[in-house]
Design a protein around this ligand. Structure first.
Ligand code: ADP
Ligand code: TYD
Length: 206
């Protein structure tokens, strides 16, 4: 069986990644593609347990260094148990966040840990998506949307607006550095308009 496409969604908290991953999964499934829709941190039973450790509790609960280890452990389990088996079976995997989130959240916000993130990625993950949609939008609007959900998983939202602005610049820099796989999407529009553009971009690659 042929290899499926690995598509990821990235962006700041509340930028619409979950909404757009679901919309793309539906469009592609309706076209007859075999789709696995998943997310990080999480996406496998072990990785979902780690999710609870990193997303709840005090913002200072973990240092950035410890977070890199926890997110990478979670990603490794997700890759082994969910992503690689699906791709090997010819399915298309749509993942809400992946390694770019670690590059930006842990690599570029609390000290310059990007080199550490990259080393650990090479050692333990070693896979990049075929296509990454980076949803870019105004951090204040996105933060209000995210906090309005009151999900109980707001540890990163609780770092505040300045943190979200740093993240936004981190994602823009990644999009510039990897034009071969990253497509920048303007998230300051209604959800249907964004979904239409994403579906067109994905169709061009499939
Ligand atoms: P993320 O996964 O990036 O945190 P979500 O898709 O969960 O973002 O969206 C956060 C909130 O904003 C949700 O309540 C969602 O319904 C809403 N939302 C998503 N996209 C839009 C949009 N384009 N315009 C207005 N609200 C949106
Ligand atoms: P998610 O549930 O996608 O949050 P949101 O819906 O608010 O965008 O992701 C949870 C949080 O985990 C989010 O604030 C980003 C953070 N995160 C990292 O810090 N590093 C990572 O490697 C990943 C995958 C997520």
């Amino acid at each position: 069986m042929g290899k499926g496409l690995f598509i990821t969604f990235e962006g700041i908290d509340g930028s619409g990644k979950s909404t757009q991953s679901r919309a793309l999964a539906k469009v592609l499934a309706d076209q007859g593609h075999d789709i696995v829709l998943t997310r990080e941190p999480g996406g496998s039973p072990g990785a979902e347990e780690i999710r609870q450790l990193v997303l709840t509790g005090d913002p200072d609960r973990w240092s950035a260094e410890t977070e890199i280890l926890l997110f990478t452990a979670s990603r490794r389990d997700h890759l082994e148990k969910t992503i690689e088996p699906a791709l090997a079976a010819g399915k298309t995997v749509i993942c809400d966040r992946f390694a770019d989130s670690t590059r930006v959240y842990q690599g570029a916000t609390r000290g310059d840990l990007r080199h550490t993130v990259d080393q650990l990625h090479t050692l333990m993950i070693g896979r990049e998506p075929d296509l990454t949609f980076i949803i870019d939008m105004d951090p204040a609007t996105a933060l209000n949307r995210g906090l309005a959900r009151k999900s109980g998983e707001d540890r990163f939202e609780d770092f505040g607006l300045g943190f979200q602005e740093t993240l936004r610049h981190g994602f823009l820099a990644l999009a510039r550095a990897h034009p071969e796989r990253c497509v920048l999407i303007d998230g300051n529009r209604d959800a249907d308009a964004i979904a239409t553009e994403i579906a067109l971009q994905a169709a061009a690659r499939l």
